[in-house]
Design a protein. Structure first.
Length: 267
């Protein structure tokens, strides 16, 4: 009873503000995770058949756990085995909540596509949800096989989405990431990894992600962060800093990014 009352109070407070997927993602990228979760929950409670609400919820759980484990302060692409103490660090409740939001996004998205297989909102939600699944498996749990299967699914939704509406720039992030992912694995196993229309051209992958970093909607800030991490790893410090500065301008409350910028040389 207390939880229900608190939830209703939160919904009432949010009604005075904006309850939307856009706000949920905005608060997510500001690393104001409770605000993002409350917004996504309130939106989903009012729009139970819209998979975008659940997709934003899954994305928030992903970012919250990545932040808690300080993934953003490390080399996100460093291979490490999750075992012993590292495995124990992964929040059981966070994983359960993430999987619940993910499954709801997938089920409501599938239902929407049954009614209209060209539903761009459903396809975008499924692209974001399976992208979050890919990243949770790879960046949080370091389960690369599962991440690969999720990457394949996200790529398929990206291709379907752009076949309907090429102007949806968020799809470029998924396509670019798939290209970069294939290009990053050792050549001897690359032929085993099949992702539709991804050949392993890392340069092309970066260019596609750059499109999203400039003109994307929900995934634009994530593209900026991911590219900044890649460029920093490649010693392209100036470009990395420019991306983080653009991110910080839109999300000044994000102290993690501001702290990273403070450590970087200005030229």
């Amino acid at each position: 009873m207390i939880r229900i009352t608190l939830f209703l109070v939160v919904c009432g407070l949010l009604n005075a503000a904006e309850v939307s997927v856009e706000r949920a993602f905005n608060r997510l990228y500001s690393f104001q995770f409770e605000d993002s979760l409350n917004t996504a929950r309130a939106y989903s409670a009012k729009n139970m058949s819209d998979p975008m609400g659940y997709a934003s919820l899954a994305a928030t759980y992903l970012f919250s756990e990545m932040n808690r484990l300080q993934v953003f302060n490390k080399d996100m692409f460093k291979e490490e085995k999750v075992q012993g103490e590292r495995a124990k660090q992964i929040g059981v409740e966070a994983k359960r909540s993430f999987e619940d939001a993910l499954n709801r996004a997938k089920s409501t998205g599938a239902e929407a596509l049954k009614k209209n297989d060209k539903d761009t909102n459903a396809l975008l939600a499924l692209l974001i949800a399976t992208g979050a699944e890919r990243d949770f498996s790879a960046l949080v749990e370091k389960r690369y096989k599962d991440s690969y299967y999720a990457a394949r699914a996200s790529q398929e939704y990206a291709l379907r989405l752009q076949a309907i509406d090429p102007s949806l720039q968020d799809a470029w992030f998924t396509r670019g990431f798939s290209e970069y992912l294939i290009g990053s694995v050792p050549f001897v196993i690359r032929w085993l990894m099949k992702i539709e229309q991804a050949t392993g051209d890392k340069k092309k992958g970066l260019e596609l992600m750059e499109k999203c970093a400039r003109e994307g909607k929900y995934l634009k800030p994530f593209a900026q962060m991911m590219l900044a991490s890649i460029y920093q790893k490649d010693k392209r410090i100036k470009e990395s800093r420019q991306l983080l500065e653009a991110f910080a301008a839109d999300h000044p409350d994000n102290q993690t990014v501001r702290a990273e910028l403070a450590k970087m040389p200005k030229s």
